[in-house]
Write a protein that binds this ligand. Sequence first.
Ligand SMILES: Nc1ncnc2c1ncn2[C@@H]1O[C@H](COP(=O)(O)OP(=O)(O)OP(=O)(O)O)[C@@H](O)[C@H]1O
Length: 406
Amino acid sequence: MTDSRPTGPDTTTPPEPPGARDGAQLPQGPPAPDHETGTGGAGGKPASGAGRPPGTHPHPHTGLHAHLVVDRPAFRLDVTLTAAPGDVVALLGPNGAGKTTALRALAGLTPLTEGHLRLDGTPLEHTPPESRPVGVVFQDYLLFPHLSALDNVAFGPRCRGAGKAGARAEAAAWLDRMGLAGHATARPRHLSGGQAQRVALARALATRPRLLLLDEPLAALDARTRLEVRAQLRRHLAEFEAVAVLVTHDPLDAMVLADRLVVVEHGRIVQEGAPSDIARRPRTDYIARLVGLNLYRGRAERHTVRLDPGPSITTTEELSGPVFVAFPPSAVTLFRDRPTGASARNLWRCEVAGLETHGDRIRAALTGELALAADLTTVAAAELGLHPGAPVWATVKATQTHAYPA
Ligand SMILES: Nc1ncnc2c1ncn2[C@@H]1O[C@H](COP(=O)(O)OP(=O)(O)OP(=O)(O)O)[C@@H](O)[C@H]1O
């Protein structure tokens, strides 16, 4: 994106629109700061970037270098994020993991208890939100209802000091880029969810932020619109020259949009890396569920992994010491009777704990010698007469498992 070049500090947090105090539902800029105390301190370890070996920093004077510590009575966020200009980083994690807190800390809406935040070499810990070169896109757009799409977008350049005509010209170019030129005069209530979200993105980008924050940007959209906006967002993020940080619950959004995933659980980073690596080698149950894999931890001795606790799994990899073993539910074959002459060494006696539809398949949750998820066709489920409590034998070929050091 040619016009997303570095600028001085922008005012990207829209001030309260006129009349906002009177209208409970009027959109605002990002919510008011939390009332946590103080900032200061420093420290933290570097994170790894996509294509960069873990533990290496991007250039210290460009991009994002943040160690975010936020203490609350029953919660502590302590994450280190580094990203080079052009990186799209997705923060992924379960409810309450601290993703939004991290995003708000980056925006300056939640003060740091400790840590640091540098953007392109400039410390921002003490910079108020409205003076940070940061653009924010929220899931529910937060557009000004009384302004046209054009004036919503022009708001960013205006805050940066652009004249009215210049700001409008810039906004028009942004709307055009978003495929919204025909909706320039429309008020937000006359825009579809997908259009409103694109206006919100245009408004954020028009401020030429050095850090773009996206908080569940697709969550409020229906499935079809989501598909469309995801594809567009991907295109815009690919062109974006500064750092983008995206918060999402949706692994697909994360995998499609981000170069690097940072998985946060209980306020800490539990795994980070390229999406393909995380999908292939999950290191926590949450991530394994997210990417749809059965995941176990155990100790390997050559081709056998003894689970702790549990049976053994035969793998093709030859490893020794603590390992993870993963396999997809589609790799599991179920039998009602013990298969005779079974060549599969991975054979376990289980019981159906539950059944649910999963796309065009049935996913069976099994307990017993090994707890696992198995996918089968509706026909196979019917033929096997599966129901909760039904005893089954489950097998997985060693070639379908994947073992890697823990
Ligand atoms: N303003 C606040 N004051 C006090 N505690 C808060 C505040 N906001 C969030 N929390 C708590 O901080 C923790 C982290 O919340 P946060 O919203 O950052 O998680 P999240 O990963 O974004 O979750 P979700 O996916 O549900 O949005 C939770 O325990 C939450 O209850």
